[in-house]
Design a protein around this ligand. Structure first.
Ligand code: ADP
Ligand code: MG
Length: 145
């Protein structure tokens, strides 16, 4: 994992564009097979972070939207496809049936919003936890396992 030192730790952003920039920094260092689990409440900035990740991997950030009726979205990046999963509206049984194990074992880069809902989530991942820190501020915790 390239760029790990610069993208680990806890930092605060002021506004959506700063969260996107943080996602972009992480995205730039990602390679095929990397898995990013996004944790945090509604409005914490998970989708904003993934929009930045898309830019970082060379995909079109405008394709990243929320909410969506597509559970898994694909964005073609420079060297790998970014798979963007949102578990928000799914029942536990539906999550079990998605085949996420196969997705994370594959060639793509995978970003999963509401990853805390996936009981079978792997440990060998990058964990991004976003928290409200007042008005337009968010605290972002990134851990590379
Ligand atoms: P989630 O996917 O976690 O539900 P979104 O990324 O869809 O969250 O939405 C985050 C909302 O919070 C957006 O409306 C955005 O403009 C707002 N916001 C305010 N400050 C920030 C910040 N620092 N980082 C990210 N989003 C922010
Ligand atoms: Mg979202």
């Amino acid at each position: 994992m390239a760029d790990q030192a610069r993208t680990s730790g806890v930092f605060e952003t002021a506004g959506e564009s700063e969260t996107e920039a943080a996602g972009e920094r992480l995205g730039r260092g990602l390679t095929s097979g990397d898995v990013v689990l996004l944790l945090g409440d509604l409005g914490a900035g998970k989708t904003a972070f993934v929009r930045g990740m898309a830019r970082g991997v060379g995909a079109n950030p405008d394709d990243v939207s929320s909410p969506t009726f597509t559970i898994v979205q694909e964005y073609a990046g420079r060297t790998a496809t970014l798979y963007h999963v949102d578990l928000y509206r799914l029942e536990p049984k539906e999550i079990d049936d998605l085949g996420l194990e196969d997705l994370v074992a594959g060639e793509g880069i995978v970003a999963i919003e509401w990853a805390e809902r996936w009981k079978g989530r792997p440990d060998d991942v990058i964990e991004v936890r976003l928290e409200h820190a007042g008005e337009d501020r968010r605290s972002i915790h990134i851990r590379h396992h």
